[in-house]
Ligand binder design. Structure first.
Ligand SMILES: NC(=O)c1ccc[n+]([C@@H]2O[C@H](COP(=O)([O-])OP(=O)(O)OC[C@H]3O[C@@H](n4cnc5c(N)ncnc54)[C@H](OP(=O)(O)O)[C@@H]3O)[C@@H](O)[C@H]2O)c1
Length: 255
């Protein structure tokens, strides 16, 4: 199999795109270290994949000391490390004038700084490896305005991830570490859990007025396959940017 024996860390691997990515990697022969804050969610994900191929470490990507410890644990558990999928992320919709400081900081710390800290921690662990990979998960919201309204901070953190990833690619070329940005459009996951209903409804109404149609049809599995495709490239080839979006034109009102 194309990823036989290789080991990847997937942040936010307990559910959604992260779990789908972990399954896509394992189905191609890889083993995965899953990170998220909640141990019960990790246990369930490891149970679904099987403990021969998956190992969970509870940790918060916004805490650099947590991350270094977790990455070392995964490398020790499987005896090697070949790549990192920076997937953990969250959003809190709100109109700009109503933004709540704590939620702004949480999005910046998780989505952007978490990605930065995880990259910093993994580079020394990947250097010298055989075809190592880093994938940073962005969002179509970073550059498409029709995804959802009132996600300005979320979109800005993902735009920051994309710009950061461009420099990372250049810096890591000399180490033969392939760097990819995957930019998914919307698919149903637990991503909107915890959103304030009033702020979400205001965002939904603004988005509804922006046009009569939305795109639907994509599942988390297709995002997982896209990530697996990127990391399965041979030495000397890196997918720089991979955008994958739903493509069924659906009336917003009827959804
Ligand atoms: N769903 C979409 O439509 C969509 C579209 C474009 C891009 N994305 C991006 O895709 C990625 C995954 O989204 P999803 O839809 O799969 O979301 P999800 O279902 O909410 O899953 C998020 C995952 O991240 C973990 N997580 C959140 N904050 C964390 C932190 N500080 N430290 C460690 N783990 C953390 C969560 O576990 P814990 O809560 O236990 O920590 C969970 O495993 C995100 O980066 C998101 O921005 C999603």
């Amino acid at each position: 199999m194309e990823l036989n024996g290789r080991v990847f860390i997937v942040t936010g691997g307990s559910r959604g795109f992260g779990l789908a990515t972990a399954k896509a990697l394992v189905s191609r022969g890889a083993r995965v270290g899953l990170l998220s804050r909640n141990q019960a969610g990790l246990d369930q994900a490891v149970g679904e994949i099987g403990s021969d191929h998956a190992f969970g470490v509870a940790s918060n990507v916004a805490h650099p000391e947590d991350i270094s410890r977790a990455f070392e644990q995964v490398k020790e558990h499987f005896g090697r490390l070949d790549g990192l999928i920076n997937n953990a992320g969250m959003a809190r919709p709100n109109a700009v004038e109503n933004l709540v400081e704590e939620e702004v900081l949480q999005q910046v710390h998780t989505n952007f700084l978490g990605t930065v800290f995880c990259c910093q921690a993994v580079i020394p662990l990947l250097r010298g490896g055989d075809n190592p990979r880093i994938v940073n998960i962005s969002s179509a919201s970073a550059c498409h305005y029709d995804e959802m309204s009132h996600l300005s901070i979320y979109a800005a953190t993902k735009a920051a991830v994309e710009r950061f990833t461009r420099d990372l690619r250049e810096e890591l070329q000399a180490d033969n570490i392939g760097v990819t940005c995957v930019r998914p459009g919307g698919a149903w996951t637990s991503f909107a859990e915890g959103w304030d209903p009033q702020a979400t409804m205001a965002g939904f109404e603004a988005w509804s007025q922006a046009g009569p149609y939305m795109d639907t049809g994509m599942e988390a599995e297709q995002v997982g396959d896209a990530v697996a495709y990127a990391v399965a490239q041979p030495k000397g080839v890196a997918v720089d940017l991979l955008e994958i979006r739903p493509n069924i034109l659906t009336p917003k009102g009827g959804y």
